[in-house]
Design a binder for this molecule. Structure first.
Ligand code: B12
Ligand code: SF4
Ligand code: SF4
Length: 376
């Protein structure tokens, strides 16, 4: 088999099926990454969403029989909405990060990888693959970096010269020995814009993230949001784009190459108040196809309450007060108490005093008492 010729054919075919960048890498163990992952674990800097078995993460041979190479792909997503919706007083809106716009990227990239698998099988029937996007064992960024898709920026993102960092990543391990591509040189230079702009100091140093402080992570947790971070959240409902929007490599970057990735304004910038009392069915209807709905409605609703406090949206007081009195979930009642206190005023104080009378959950009582104290 002429693998150089096949590699060329794969590259050509990848363009036809809407893969924006493709690269080839060896399937050797990722030794540098192993030390990094162990160090991150030691420091308690991991999010908990990563694959737990570090050995599997860094050695393709542990998850695939005799791997010979890895094919990495990248698909560019839009950074601007064509028809943006705007929030106004009384009708405030939250925001989902760009990586959640349009159809869930796992579905889109798996489709491309599956087409690629079929194409390669039609040329080499004995070809074997293991494709993955995000949820697989491998570190997608480490694979992309090795395959020359982009460099690992100080903001931790893989930055491509063509599409900036607004790319999704995926890969397939194969038993075919493709010639590897060369990694790109890191172009960050002396720039530190992402480190300076991160609202929580989650970027400990260039290329190192304390995920526990990262807003992208915090928006996905289901418990109470630690108080320290609530005011940093702004109107973010899911994810955070700050360290990418400030990046000079993303200046003017806005690709609309995939119809599936076009955002629906009402879904990615939804009105906040209706979210607070949304049913599961309504939530699924409005957000179900987006990757940002994977943790369910609870974190999004909690974040919506925090966003209403950020806007000091007095007109939202009735909705928040209703949640404080009636929501069966303590996280919602407690967060409502915090938001009500932040919005402030006599109505807010009365509602908190009333709720204190009948609340039984210690954490919620604490939130209510803190709120009352702040309003004195
Ligand atoms: C867990 C996870 C998160 C966590 C933790 C993120 C993190 N930085 O570790 C949270 C929830 C915070 C998160 C947030 C985001 N995520 Co995320 N996430 C993942 C996931 C599942 C695992 C990441 C992981 O293993 N992290 C551990 C760290 C240590 O490794 P890494 O950053 O992935 O890899 C690099 C470093 O290890 C570095 N490295 C290794 N050794 C050394 C040594 C030194 C000295 C240095 C400097 C660096 C270094 O090199 C590796 C490759 O470049 C991947 C999918 C996957 N299976 O890989 C997606 C993934 C990384 N996420 C992605 C995206 C889009 C995001 C967000 C932009 C979403 C958003 N807008 O909110 C943010 C970005 C936050 C940020 N600044 O990193 C994309 C990245 C696309 C890209 N262009 O890079 C991925 C690849 C999903 C995908 N398939 O497209 N994510
Ligand atoms: S995603 Fe937001 S919080 Fe996380 S490192 Fe980037 S700027 Fe900081
Ligand atoms: S903002 Fe500057 S330092 Fe950060 S990733 Fe972009 S180029 Fe690199």
């Amino acid at each position: 088999m002429d693998y150089t010729a096949l590699k060329k054919e794969i590259i050509e075919y990848s363009r036809e099926i809407g893969i924006d960048k493709i690269g080839f890498a060896s399937a050797a163990p990722f030794t540098e990454l192993k030390n990094r992952l162990l160090r991150q674990q030691e420091l308690n800097y991991q999010s908990g969403f990563e694959e737990k078995d570090i050995n599997k993460r860094v050695d393709p041979a542990l998850i695939f029989d005799r791997p010979r190479s890895i094919i990495a792909i990248a698909l560019a997503y839009p950074s601007k909405m064509k028809d943006s919706v705007k929030g106004k007083k009384g009708e405030r809106r939250g925001i989902f990060c760009r990586a959640s716009w349009g159809e869930d990227y796992h579905v889109v990239l798996r489709d491309r990888l599956s087409k690629l698998e079929d194409f390669i099988t039609s040329k080499v029937p004995e070809a074997r693959f293991r494709s993955m996007v995000d949820t697989g064992e491998l570190a997608d960024r480490a694979v992309a970096e090795r395959a020359g898709i982009g460099w690992n920026g100080k903001n931790c993102s893989i930055i491509t010269p063509e599409f900036g960092s607004y790319v999704y990543l995926g890969e397939m391990i194969t038993n075919l020995p493709f010639e590897p591509d060369q990694p790109l040189e890191n172009q960050c230079g002396t720039c530190t814009k992402c480190l300076d702009a991160c609202p929580t100091g989650a970027l400990v140093q260039g290329g190192q993230l304390n995920a526990k402080r990262c807003i992208a992570f915090l928006t996905q947790t289901k418990d109470f949001m630690p108080v320290e971070f609530r005011e940093k959240l702004g109107n973010r409902l899911y994810g955070c784009d700050t360290c990418q929007t400030v990046c000079p490599e993303n200046k003017g970057i806005d690709f609309h190459l995939h119809e599936e990735m076009e955002p629906d304004g009402e879904a990615v910038k939804p009105l906040l108040q209706p979210l607070i009392h949304m049913s599961n069915k309504e939530f699924k209807q409005q957000f179900g196809r987006m990757s940002g709905s994977w943790r369910g409605k609870k974190p999004i609703q909690r974040n919506a309450m925090i966003a209403l406090a950020h806007f000091k949206e007095e007109e939202a007081l009735p909705v928040l007060i209703e949640a404080l009195h009636k929501d069966i979930r303590p996280v919602m009642r407690g967060t409502a108490a915090w938001s009500i206190a932040k919005i402030g005023g006599e109505k807010a104080r009365e509602a908190l005093l009333q709720a204190k009378e009948k609340e039984v959950e210690p954490q919620v009582i604490q939130e209510i008492e803190r709120g009352i104290a702040a309003l004195k």
